[in-house]
Ligand binder design. Sequence first.
Ligand code: PEP
Ligand code: CO
Length: 444
Amino acid sequence: MTWNPGTWRSKTAAQQPTWPDITELEQVEKELASVPPLVFAGEARELRQRLASVSNGEAFLLQAGDCAESFDGFNADAIREKLRVILQMAVVLTYSSGVPAIKVGRIAGQFAKPRSRPTETVDGTELPSFLGHMVNDLPFSEHDRRPTPARLLQAYHQSASTLNLLRAFTKGGFADLHRVQAWNHEFVGSSNEGQRYAKLASEIDRALRFMEATGVSSQHPEIHEAEFFTSHEALILQYEEALTRRDSLTGEWYDCSAHMLWIGERTRDLDGAHLEFLRGVHNPIGCKIGPTATPDDVVGLCDALDPGREAGRLTLISRMGAKQVADRLPPLLDAVRQSGHPVVWACDPMHGNTFTSESGHKTRHFDDVLAEVTGFFAAHREMGTWPGGIHIELTGENVTECLGGAEEVQPKDLGKRYETMCDPRLNGRQAVDLSFRVAELLAP
Ligand code: PEP
Ligand code: CO
């Protein structure tokens, strides 16, 4: 079947809202189809190149950010803190492993959520589930939960401002490696992992001074600027279609809502609309792989999304759960290797390890997160494949959403700063801690 940005419409799309007003939706789609793209095809191609080097074992992917971005918590500080902790993690990974960390945020577009149930019932009242701020709002009222197309436009505009700020931070001096000490935020800095980071940062400072002293300039763009890409789950296909544009240079289609798009665990049906849409855009594509996926399923996904067997095109993001990764992952690694698809394998150690605490909070334990990453590395070692990256939900703030970590968040702490709109995120300390643990696994 020939592809165009709208061919997904003849397929079944899982996890879509029931839009009460189709005329309103169509008006918004029209408007979105004429707005400027958020990213350029050339940038998406650049990320494909970086991911190609990950697939060759020459780089490591760090994909991280919110489970769901919010229209409410939208301010420069929150964006800066998220970027800061991702930069810290990348420095730890790069310094310890000697391979570049490719930084991809779950940011500037991560506004739509698949849910385990389409509706939620409270005291006998049934309403649509919260599907992310691109669709509806969190409070349990008929008004808030109504899918509202104008939210697609708001998501676009917030993504544009977020991306603008990220570009300013990464190119305008904030991300300069000479500031590696300054990224150590107060609440992270005073902790054990913060002190460990400070030590590493002062070694980097010394290395930069050494370079200067020997006459090798450290004034390269690579040192002054950081390369940072955006990504989100391509869930609401009207939004993605409207932002899909033909590249004037190559004539190829790119989804210009983000550099990289991924397909979720609940929308990876081989005959579904999400596969149909994403197979035709030339961005790098991710696909979540959960514990029910068989080797045939995964090779089928590879054939559909990467028919040309092109390095950098496809990232498979496994999210098996700490208990299942050792059994489930190796047969998939083997089948994909035999199929000849040069994929990137990344580990999402978050989504297979969620449970509800006694206090009723949806949470994850740092030990389970670490155990899944450790199992992921062990599986790759066993199969002789490259553990290409990690995919993490985090925030720069001092939240108490995930349990454990070096300075342990206890069950009784969960209520203190539980701020996520969807899944529990690692806080800045836990994220830096995790990066040291991953760096140890990666170290040559
Ligand atoms: C997510 O990444 O937030 C998510 C919903 O993941 P998954 O599709 O793997 O469940
Ligand atoms: Co999530």
